[in-house]
Design a protein around this ligand. Structure first.
Ligand SMILES: C[S@@+](CC[C@H](N)C(=O)[O-])C[C@H]1O[C@@H](n2cnc3c(N)ncnc32)[C@H](O)[C@@H]1O
Length: 302
């Protein structure tokens, strides 16, 4: 982690090869994506219900539980009834990488408002046990409301600071969807077009370094950790994964995905990261015409 971080998206020019496409996507309005709640309805049934109301839905070949539309779909009976969750397609990637299975013991360490928690519960078919942890009381209310609306009955909510989550029985899967500078959400939050501030990046990197270590220590041997953010800053992404690799018996499980993406960087601002870090993913707004993010999948080895 460096002492001086220049601000502004421009600092990523050298690591984003399709720079003009990136900038154009950052300036375009965002489409509306929704994830079908497969605990309650099949994708084609939901599609028929919404299309009957004049809401056309596009599909993603590689992710059949998501649809895309240009129309507002937040105020339908189907939404209130928990038949779907409004969530950008880029948010599906960390959960697909986690690959939680029915019957497993799973921890979502930074869970509110519950977009990924409810996706995990659906992939677990409501079987096994999912702990959704969120220390912020106000955000925890939103998490509880979403768990309830979606009917994620295998889920229980905890309220620790992630770095203090009690060590105990090993989890099969841990998701650390860390608090971050959120540059990848700039299409929803225009103030982020200027890039994150240097002090914010430094402060968040300190928290992320603690969260990834605790998340990893909560795994059983052979269990998987997914570390994800919605930001571009290598100080919050590759540097945090490198921090873990230097301190624990951890192995990166390289990710291969069926859509355009970039590999993680192995050097930034004069710092070199272990070469295995290249097995992590960077997703920019032009890749999925969605938000941006970073995803790493890591196994705990004996
Ligand atoms: C990126 S958001 C999580 C989004 C969520 N996974 C989803 O998909 O809906 C990060 C969350 O981490 C929480 N958080 C902040 N500091 C934390 C800490 N020390 N330990 C655990 N969670 C923390 C924030 O309150 C926020 O709700």
């Amino acid at each position: 982690m460096t002492s001086s971080i220049p601000v502004g998206l421009d600092r990523y020019r050298d690591i984003i090869p399709e720079w003009d496409e990136f900038l154009a996507a950052c300036r375009r309005p965002l489409a509306v994506d929704l994830r079908v709640n497969t605990l309650r309805i099949r994708p084609e049934e939901l599609r028929a219900r919404l299309e009957n109301q004049g809401i056309p839905l596009g599909r993603f070949d590689w992710e059949p539980t998501y649809f895309r539309t240009t129309q507002p779909v937040g105020a339908t009976v189907e939404h209130w009834a928990g038949l779907y969750y409004l969530q950008e397609i880029v948010q599906s990637v960390p959960v697909a990488a986690l690959d939680p299975r029915p019957g497993e013991l799973v921890l979502d360490l930074c869970a509110a408002p519950g977009g990924k928690t409810t996706d995990i519960a659906a992939r677990m078919e409501n079987r096994g046990c999912l702990i959704a942890n969120e220390p912020n009381g106000r955000r925890q209310q939103a998490l509880l409301a979403n768990v309830n609306r979606i009917g994620a009955w295998n889920t229980t909510v905890a309220e620790y600071r992630g770095q203090d989550f009690p060590l105990g029985d090993g989890f099969d899967r841990v998701l650390v969807d860390a608090p971050c500078s959120a540059e990848g959400t700039l299409r929803k939050e225009p103030s982020l077009q200027a890039g994150a501030s240097a002090p914010a990046i430094r402060r968040l990197a300190g928290i992320q370094a603690m969260l990834i270590l605790r998340g990893f220590d909560l795994l059983r041997v052979g269990g998987w950790l997914v570390y994800s953010t919605c930001t571009f800053a290598p100080e919050e992404n590759e540097a945090i994964v490198a921090h873990l690799l230097e301190r624990r018996q951890a192995r990166i499980l390289p990710l291969s995905v069926p859509f355009p993406h970039a590999c993680a960087v192995t050097a930034w601002d004069g710092v070199r990261y272990p070469k295995e870090v290249a097995g992590c993913l960077r997703i920019y707004p032009h890749h999925l015409d969605s938000g941006g993010g970073f995803v790493a999948r890591i196994e705990r080895v004996a």
